[in-house]
Design a protein around this ligand. Sequence first.
Ligand code: CP
Length: 336
Amino acid sequence: GQSLISVTQLTTPGLELLVQTAAEMRTLVKNHGGDDRLKHKILATIFYEASTRTSCSFQTAMLRLGGQVMHVDASAGGNTSSKKGETVSDTVKCLQCYTDVTVMRHPTQGTVVDTALDSIITKPVINAGDGVGEHPTQALLDLFTIIDEIGILQDDNVLNNEPSIEPLIVVLLGDLKHGRTVHSLAKLLARAQREFFKRPLVLRYCSPEVLKMPSYIQEYIDEVSTIAGSDITQEVYTNVYDAMKNSDVLYQTRVQKERFNSPVEYANVKGAYIIDTQLMEDAPRKMIVMHPLPRVDEIDTDVDKDPRAAYFRQMENGLYVRMAILALVLGKGVAN
Ligand code: CP
């Protein structure tokens, strides 16, 4: 099996297989709770940084496919031998001696890729978030949610991605500087534009000036566009009402308090964009609201009742997509 470190590894056939498998996993869970295709396989999860969804959904995904889980809470080193100075690679090598696949989160960008590429690491490593870098499995569940919500994924699990001239308009809102989920999602949507979505893609970045999308992400997308001949427009906004006009998706993010150098800098931008019922009145009827979660106060809880609020459905999809990822990485995309 291959490690999953970045969305830049993904190809259109791989994406279609993953989406199809995730849809089948959803049907499997709803009808039977799961199966035992990963019996005798063990997943190691090691989190050097806090998590609710990613950690719990990966663990549940393994259990629902008949496998077992060994979870290591390594926040601030936890009770692991990193306290004694062991390197991350050596710690992961240890886990790999006992288990079959490793899911890993670390607060420092690049640590997961460095670990996965270390010559002593021989089994698949899945990136569950590396600092402000990437969160590829989140981007995959986000893509799954978008196609499910806008009807590209049909009720019978068939993909209807016929070419269209109607653009897909996605607004990425909030802390675009530190949000690894939007870094991965923007890159994944761009990679998927031509052969997967087969419709023009408009990416609207809406943030305070100090939290704007890093130029290296925008440059990557420009490069993908040029090389692949994609139809992608990148636009920059500060006003969310302007940004969400005619949009299909409003993807809200949390201002990442833990990534700021000082509390004052955080206080200056906290609460810059709040999605509330008043904003939803002005939003397009078709526009769904997504958020990787956790939220703090950037989506008012009154919005939860709005049928366009897709973030809890998105969170649930994390289970199905991670079941698909584990099954495919371990060579069991199809049940025994
Ligand atoms: N979306 C996400 O990664 O959530 P957690 O930090 O709770 O895993």
